[in-house]
Design a protein around this ligand. Structure first.
Ligand SMILES: *Cc1c(COP(=O)(O)O)cnc(C)c1O
Length: 365
């Protein structure tokens, strides 16, 4: 399938980016800021690149309202890298030996839970595996340990389409949030978690840069085995430049932040995201042809999973939607069915076009 226009891309990540951001990057590709070169061909330590880096950090701080007692690190290795870095940087804080609590609500938090076991004792404090990850275990059922260094949860499970509506309260134990797929999609009170982490490729820019927001008093407790590039203390002391950072990915993320600021910031995009998700879920709910299987209050505003009740029509559904330029709707193989990822950069028109197609497909089936 080839197109001579931009499509509506519902991919879960890497995902669709704002057209204005892509255009600006294209315009600046050969001659950035009159330097006669692209931004990706200059030294990361040049004053020109450092100004991009500092503006990017500043814009993120302002968009997410990140207080000064939190460090912002721009690292490599993705969310998966942080699954290892988090225990290595934090577990030693536990008084009785390395230990942490994990809340498992889907494939991503399950991966985090498994990775952490290499570094200490990991307590599975709650899991919705028995409910096929279609829900979130009630807070009252969580079995938190008294001596854990931290509690980790995934705020939005990208594969199952399950999202925490609120930040859970775990008392005084540092809470670590995987926000890979819902960062900047709604207002979040930064002070309610000790660590937030996300790769850029879902709601910000291209892949290659990982954002870690960490409360400063938790930095400096890494295990001796921690790789230099993932030691938060070392990276905090070198503006995340202990080695060459992903300069182009940082520049693109910076353009993404400027775009979001221009839209009016997180509060404005949050409203749009809610509108898009409501439109899609309301459509699914009135249909007897499609269904969403996630507990209503935990449905993700970013990744809407759904099934055709007659799954023999799946191939036809995917072929016809793709032909219309509504692409990447196939669900993750672990879940099956369909998934529409509707991040910040997906316009309302994209969701409307999807619904229109789905309505028409149902009528013709
Ligand atoms: C995509 C994703 C990850 C993994 O991110 P990588 O950057 O590919 O390592 C982790 N958690 C969630 C919730 C994700 O959606």
């Amino acid at each position: 399938m080839t197109f001579d226009r931009r499509i509506f891309n519902f991919a879960a990540g890497p995902a669709t980016l704002p057209e204005a951001v892509l255009k600006q990057a294209a315009d600046e590709m050969l001659n950035w800021r009159g330097l006669g070169t692209s931004v990706m061909e200059i030294s990361h330590r040049s004053k020109e690149f450092m100004s991009v880096y500092e503006e990017t950090i500043q814009d993120l701080r302002s968009l997410m309202n990140i207080p000064n007692n939190y460090e912002i690190l721009l690292l490599q290795g993705g969310g998966l890298g942080q699954n290892a870095a988090i225990p290595m940087n934090l577990m030693s804080l536990a008084k009785g030996g390395p230990k942490a609590d994990y809340i498992v609500t889907g494939i991503w938090s399950e991966k985090s839970y498994k990775e952490a076991q290499k570094y200490g004792i990991v307590n599975l404090a709650a899991s919705s595996a028995a409910e096929k990850f279609n829900t979130i275990p009630p807070r009252s059922s969580w079995q938190l340990s008294s001596d854990a260094a931290y509690v980790l949860y995934c705020a939005n499970e990208t594969i199952g389409g399950v999202e925490f509506p609120d930040i859970p309260n775990v008392g005084s134990v540092p809470l670590v949030a995987d926000i890979a797929s819902n960062i900047l999609s709604k207002e979040m009170d930064i002070t309610k978690c000790a660590v937030w982490f996300a790769g850029a490729q879902k709601n910000i820019g291209p892949s290659g840069v990982t954002i870690v927001i960490v409360r400063k008093d938790l930095i400096g407790h890494s295990m001796g085995i921690t790789p230099t590039i993932w030691d938060w203390s070392i990276q905090a002391g070198t503006q995340s430049m202990i080695n060459t950072p992903p300069t182009f990915a940082i520049y693109m993320a910076g353009l993404g932040f400027k775009w979001l600021l221009k839209q009016g910031g997180v509060k404005v995009i949050e409203k749009q995201n809610q509108e898009k998700a409501d439109l899609l879920y309301n459509f699914l709910d009135q249909s007897s042809f499609y269904e969403n299987r996630v507990t209503k209050e935990y449905r993700s505003r970013m990744n809407a999973t759904f099934f055709l009740k007659d799954e023999s029509l799946n191939v036809k559904f995917l072929e016809e939607s793709s032909a219309l330029g509504l692409v990447a709707l196939r669900g993750h193989k672990a879940v099956g069915g369909m998934r529409a990822s509707i991040y910040n950069a997906m316009p309302l028109e994209g969701v409307k076009a999807l619904i229109e197609f789905m309505r028409d497909f149902e009528r013709r089936a």
